[in-house]
Design a protein around this ligand. Structure first.
Ligand SMILES: [Zn+2]
Length: 83
């Protein structure tokens, strides 16, 4: 195992533990940590964060939303799938 800042930099990426997490997030939160890490690696941190800044905002009020929430905590709007 290589120790570094992001899972995608490890020579075992995607490891069994991350695959388990990914499966849970795909089914429960409609998001893939593995795809996100691949996108981060491909896009670079600046472009990736610009995309995330758009994806992680409520379409109704513009508040930053949590991936674990089904609705916007600010305005109550249901949040769409993210993948
Ligand atoms: Zn909102």
């Amino acid at each position: 195992m290589t120790r570094s800042g992001f899972c995608h930099e490890c020579d075992q990426f995607p490891c069994a533990r991350l695959k388990q997490l990914d499966k849970r997030y795909r089914s429960k939160y409609h998001s893939s940590p593995i795809d996100n890490l691949r996108d981060l690696n491909r896009m670079g941190p600046e472009v990736y964060m610009e995309r995330e800044d758009v994806r992680c905002r409520c379409a109704g009020c513009g508040a930053v939303v949590c991936i674990h929430s089904a609705t916007c905590k600010q305005c109550g709007l249901p949040l769409p799938d993210r993948i």
